[in-house]
Design a protein around this ligand. Structure first.
Ligand code: OGA
Ligand code: CA
Ligand code: FE2
Length: 498
């Protein structure tokens, strides 16, 4: 019991006898039962009654006060923090105009165990086999998902449309970027020195270079640069602050540009294009979309509102170093596809690709596997991905060290979840194990297609986006069963289709 409670209790004891105030007050009357009794009893009675009434009125007033005050607090709390209701969907307050009840659970296919095969019905009159390749990430393989003809049509449509370079060469803008960099050498050094040991290890510089300009340096490249710039004076393979200070801001970039950057030195070396899969698209493209809906068991609207089909071609020597198809989601991250429904401008934006379905459109003569460097690892250790000697993200050199590799076979589809579940039927955190890349093609050409299914981990934003899209004016002939989010449908029915 706290001190405060003790005093309160004592006060309560003091006041309690006043509830039976008539008892001790009656005693003098009894003792003076003879003379002056009428005057005495009347005045006493009046005084007692006055006190009694005042007491009762006070108690009632107090009760009113308490009741009113707590009511107001509740009201002001819910006015000041409307966002808190996002964390408390179970609150009994009815959803406000822009809030949607989570009345949907996204299905997630069970992997059971690696090697487990389940039959799936994707087209009428035939069952496909779906094999679990890994649990972390949840990854499946479906041979014969596309027919030979379908693969041919998709490759031809992509050629007809024209494929563009997937990554631009290092732009001229780099120098301007370096000039604008308004940080002292000490500040830059401190930011790059991830482990804060006062030295720049090779991998600390490699990681930075990839993020900054998309050039994929190997440890050897970097050592060449050190030698060319005479940067590592003591030759220990590390850069100290003193050594770093002697370099200009864009020394590395300038060195590289002078020597020339090859396509093979970029993060990604391929060409791609996008194919629309909606109404009016080639029947093969619409069929593929329908099959993806049956495969993933997701509400059709989510697939309809996702990115078009991306078709990618790697020439011999092409590659795509290990990456995530979608970024981590912080509270201040917006998804590209739901930008329309974001409340304010947000500092980060990512694609929010809940699922990747990757189709192999041809069988590759040599190389070109899809590698998952950390699939089903016991632990995920970001730091040990890039050691000074082995870089597990490098799909030109180290695919053989990846935990899992899928060989491209014409017509096979693989699909995986880039996000975990939030445990309540919606999209949760990014799955770090979903790291993957395309190994270097050593012989021939490689053709793949990506179908990404975009879902915003922020349920409210996804729902708002779908409502906005459903309110867009539609063409007259668009009123058949396929468009489930018709205008005029009240919001409750719209979320059913989420
Ligand atoms: C991609 C990708 C893998 C591959 O296009 O995002 O990861 O095997 N491709 O080509
Ligand atoms: Ca360091
Ligand atoms: Fe990818």
């Amino acid at each position: 019991m706290t001190d405060n409670q003790e005093t309160q209790d004592a006060a309560a004891e003091d006041t309690s006898p006043s509830g039976s105030a008539t008892l001790p007050l009656r005693q003098p009357c009894e003792r003076l039962s003879c003379h002056k009794s009428s005057v005495c009893s009347r005045s006493y009675f009046v005084v007692v009654m006055v006190f009694f009434h005042v007491y009762i009125i006070n108690v009632i007033a107090l009760l009113f006060y308490v009741h009113y005050n707590s009511g107001q607090e509740d009201a002001s709390r819910s006015r000041d923090a409307p966002s808190s209701s996002h964390q408390r969907p179970e609150s009994r307050r009815p959803p406000s105009k822009d809030e949607f009840q989570r009345d949907i659970s996204l299905p997630r296919i069970e992997g059971i165990r690696v090697g487990h095969v389940q039959k799936v019905s994707l087209v009428s009159g035939r069952l496909h086999e779906m094999r679990t390749l890994s649990l972390k990430p949840l990854l499946f393989e479906i041979p014969g998902f596309l027919s030979e003809d379908e693969c041919r049509v998709v490759m031809q449509l992509a050629q007809l449309k024209g494929l563009m370079e997937s990554q631009l060469m290092v732009q001229d803008g780099q120098e301007e970027l370096a000039r604008e960099l308004n940080l002292s050498p000490e500040e830059i050094f401190n930011l790059l020195d991830i482990n804060q040991d006062g030295q720049l290890q090779l991998h600390e510089i490699l990681t930075h270079s990839r993020v900054r300009d998309g050039i994929w340096l190997t440890p050897e490249n970097l050592q060449e640069i050190y030698a060319g710039l005479k940067a590592d004076k003591d030759g220990n393979g590390l850069l100290s602050l003193e050594e770093f200070r002697l370099l200009s801001n864009d020394a590395f970039q300038r060195f590289l540009l002078q020597r020339g950057v090859k396509r093979s030195q970029l993060v990604r070396n391929s060409r791609h294009t996008w194919l629309y899969q909606g109404k009016g698209a080639h029947q093969v493209l619409q069929d593929i979309k329908e099959r993806v809906i049956r495969l993933t068991r997701l509400p059709p609207t989510l697939v309809d509102l996702s990115e078009p089909l991306q078709v990618v071609r790697y020439e011999e020597g092409g590659h795509y170093h290990a990456h995530h198809d979608s970024g981590p989601v912080y509270p201040e991250t917006a998804c590209t596809h739901t930008r329309l429904a974001a409340n304010a401008s947000t500092p980060f934006e990512t694609s929010c690709r809940y699922i990747t379905v990757l189709f192999y459109l041809n069988s590759v003569d040599g190389g070109g596997e899809t590698a998952f460097p950390v699939a089903d690892n016991r632990t995920y250790d970001e730091v040990s991905l890039i050691q000074n000697d082995v870089d597990l993200l490098d799909t030109r050199r180290n695919c053989d060290k990846s935990n899992l590799r899928v060989k491209p076979t014409k017509g096979t589809a693989v699909f995986w979840y880039n996000y975990l579940s939030d445990g309540r039927g919606w999209v949760g955190e990014q799955d770090e194990y979903a790291l993957h890349g395309g190994c270097m093609v050593t012989h021939g050409t490689k053709w793949v297609a990506n179908k990404w299914i975009n879902i915003d981990p922020d349920y409210q934003r996804q729902a708002r986006y779908q409502q906005l899209v459903s309110q867009q004016p539609e063409e007259e002939e668009d009123d058949d069963e396929d468009l489930t989010m018709n205008t005029g449908i009240q919001s409750p029915s719209i979320h059913q289709d989420l």
